[in-house]
Design a protein around this ligand. Structure first.
Ligand code: GLY
Ligand code: MN
Ligand code: MN
Length: 474
């Protein structure tokens, strides 16, 4: 990491570098002048245009929608976390840059003599910034890539909002903080949305502000054919990551080594990043639902639970497999594994168009409750939450826990099915069951004719898992 304090002395050299590098860049880029799109399989502008058209049709006359870029978050001192675009903006434009926003106005506003209903704002090209941060697309290229004909500089956003917002009676706004924060310095609660509305009211602006999600959540829940293809790619990459980790697993391997095998595969196959922090727990850590410290060295006899999913072009997979690190389940591990698998298979069968979201969970919970009683781990089935303390499903898409406006399964929805049993040390049962944590998770697409398990290709039965684990060490 280069320290930005060195910016001052390097500037003259950097400028020279830019001047000399320019012809090479210009030659290798082709269609987008100086700006290179490295992946040819992003959605075409028509996909984003169709989404914006639908959103515009849902915004009432007299209302508008403002969708802003995600925040650059500070990691420490002068280093930020890697930037990830906010999903609603990515969904409507495909723009991955900071300092970008989209304004949708069904009634339109006049700009340069034309009535426009969609305005995109992006950062202007800026050679001295680009030396540090890479080439920005700038308004001209952004227009080509997104299919939005009116693209203004991000710096013009406040001015345009000054003009537009007082005329609206409702604003769908993304990236505004809902809720109240307790500020430790003043020791009081600060209501940010309330403050914003108060400041607007002081300027004589009376407007209803609601979450853009009120319109976009329902749209994002139903995946288009192109989105389903993108999700299949994320799932395929993730499945290969799981296989790779299992192939090389052996007792003594640290959780972070397994994580490295997984994430190496994600990157090797073109995923930008994991869709969420990889959960890699060995032994007792299998019983921590969202464990991601990933520092323990596995021991012979441990189970390993890996809940990891790649993000590909903005879409996340979410897959869990649990395996014995030495390649052989103990009888107790196998009994729990088979019970979770039975519950998972039954829950997957429940996923169909028209079914209530919670039905797969009900099914899985019933099977696990009965099984735990039969194994003598619990006396009564109604204690099932002691060992299965989470829901079976969530929606999946651009967010790993994706948005939706409906809990009726509908064609085009993708959801996870992921029952689990977690018997932590000290649990009220025979100690032979302690430190067994098993979760099995697949990604299910709801269709007109039932459902498709997108991750069905990844090894899952106990014997398939035993065959795979350590196979590259032999
Ligand atoms: N990967 C987190 C979850 O399964 O919800
Ligand atoms: Mn999940
Ligand atoms: Mn998961």
């Amino acid at each position: 990491m280069i320290c930005s304090l060195s910016l001052a002395w390097i500037l003259p050299f950097a400028f020279l570098l830019l001047v000399t590098a320019y012809p090479v860049l210009a030659q290798s880029q082709g269609v987008y002048e100086h700006y290179e799109v490295y992946d040819a399989d992003f959605f075409p502008p028509s996909e984003y245009a169709a989404r914006r058209k639908l959103a515009l049709s849902k915004i009432e006359s007299g209302a508008g929608m403002l969708v802003r870029n995600g925040d650059v978050r500070n990691r420490s001192n002068d280093v930020d976390y890697e930037f990830r675009q906010r999903n609603n903006l990515l969904y409507l434009t495909g723009i991955t840059e900071t300092q970008s926003a989209l304004l949708l106005l069904p009634n339109g506003i006049e700009i340069e003599g034309k009535s426009v209903r969609e305005i995109l704002f992006v950062a202007e090209r800026n050679p001295s910034h680009e030396i540090w941060e890479g080439i920005r697309m700038g308004p001209k290229v952004a227009a080509t890539i997104t299919g939005i004909s009116t693209v203004l500089s991000y710096e013009e956003l406040p001015e345009i909002l000054d003009e537009v917002v007082p005329e609206l009676d409702k604003l769908y706004y993304d990236n505004w903080l809902f809720g109240v924060i307790t500020e430790p310095i003043v020791g009081e609660e600060i209501d940010w949305p309330g403050m914003m509305l108060m400041m607007m009211a002081e300027d004589g602006i009376k407007i209803e502000v609601v979450q853009a999600g009120e319109i976009l959540d329902g749209m994002r829940a139903i995946k288009s054919e192109a989105e389903i293809e993108m999700m299949k790619k994320a799932v395929e990459i993730s499945a290969e990551g799981h296989r790779e980790a299992m192939r090389y697993a052996r007792p003594g391997m640290a959780e972070y080594e397994l994580e490295a095998l997984m994430e190496y595969t994600f990157h090797r196959l073109g995923a930008e990043e994991p869709g969420y922090p990889s959960i890699v727990g060995a032994g007792p850590n299998t019983c921590i639902l969202h464990y991601n410290t990933n520092r323990r060295k596995s021991q012979d006899g441990d189970l390993v639970l890996m809940d990891c999913g790649a993000e590909y072009h903005g879409y996340s997979a979410d897959i869990t497999r649990t395996f014995p690190v030495n390649g052989k389940f103990t009888p107790e591990q196998r009994a729990i594994y088979d019970l979770v698998l039975k519950a998972q298979n039954a829950a997957i069968k429940e996923c169909a168009s028209g079914v209530q979201f919670f039905e797969p969970h009900r099914k899985a919970a019933r099977i696990i409750a009965e099984g735990l009683v039969q194994l003598g781990i619990m006396e009564f089935g109604d204690d099932v939450r002691t060992y299965f303390m989470h829901g079976t499903s969530h929606f999946l898409g651009m967010d790993v826990h994706d948005v939706s406006d409906s809990y009726v399964l509908t064609p085009g929805m993708v959801l996870t099915v992921e029952p689990g049993i977690y018997i932590a040390e000290g649990s009220d049962c025979d100690p032979k069951w302690w430190n067994i944590g098993v979760r099995i998770e697949d990604d299910i697409l709801v269709t007109e004719e039932g459902s498709i398990n997108l991750s069905a290709g990844l090894e899952k039965t106990a014997s398939e898992i035993e065959k795979l684990v350590g196979s590259k060490n032999k």
